[in-house]
Design a protein around this ligand. Structure first.
Ligand SMILES: CC(C)(COP(=O)(O)OP(=O)(O)OC[C@H]1O[C@@H](n2cnc3c(N)ncnc32)[C@H](O)[C@@H]1OP(=O)(O)O)[C@@H](O)C(=O)NCCC(=O)NCCS
Length: 151
């Protein structure tokens, strides 16, 4: 993972620590941490953890798509897309209805993510709104949901 993020368009060099932190926290969902393997070698990884969208009136449970990464030499083979689609299918089966993330809109639009501002959802920290995105796993799941999330 550390190696994969060395060639990311946006990276703070600490994504592997962030994953360790999520993995040891209460929001970790082992069934929604997936790896892509080929001949026993680890090629990619994705992790969805629990978070909530809160406003003064209540909270709405959702998932946060944490770092996703694929080794440079195996990119553009559809591995990242499969990790996202597979994890979303499992999440839906587990009863989750939406996902939020911080990432590049150019990549995530294809999976149904839209600017979270369209839903009235913001990140609790000062992150440019165009990078904060949300996706409904179940149509209409985010209607009427607004507030902020953190992770
Ligand atoms: C983002 C990443 C996981 C995609 O994995 P992948 O296995 O190459 O993804 P896929 O093969 O399913 O899709 C590749 C497509 O996404 C595009 N793409 C990849 N990163 C992109 C980005 N940041 N912005 C726009 N498009 C992007 C590729 O150009 C390619 O497009 P094409 O299908 O038209 O050729 C991988 O590039 C990676 O690990 N990057 C470094 C870590 C990172 O930036 N993670 C995301 C932020 S958390």
């Amino acid at each position: 993972m550390k190696v994969a993020f060395q060639t990311a368009q946006v990276s703070n060099g600490k994504e592997q620590d962030f994953v360790d932190q999520l993995r040891s926290g209460p929001t970790y969902i082992p069934d929604l941490a997936l790896v892509a393997e080929e001949d026993g070698a680890l090629l990619g990884h994705i992790m969805l953890t629990e978070t909530s969208i809160a406003n003064g009136e209540g909270t709405h449970e959702t998932l946060f798509l944490g770092p996703i990464s694929v080794l440079l030499e195996h990119r553009r083979r559809g591995i990242g897309s499969r990790l996202i689609r597979e994890s979303f299918m499992l999440a839906r089966e587990m009863g989750y209805t939406s996902v939020v993330l911080v990432g590049d809109p150019a990549y995530y639009h294809r999976f149904g993510f839209r600017s979270s501002v369209d839903f009235g959802i913001r990140h609790a920290q000062e992150i440019p709104p165009e990078y904060v995105m949300a996706c409904e796993l179940v149509p209409g799941a985010l209607s009427g949901v607004s507030g902020t999330f953190d992770c």
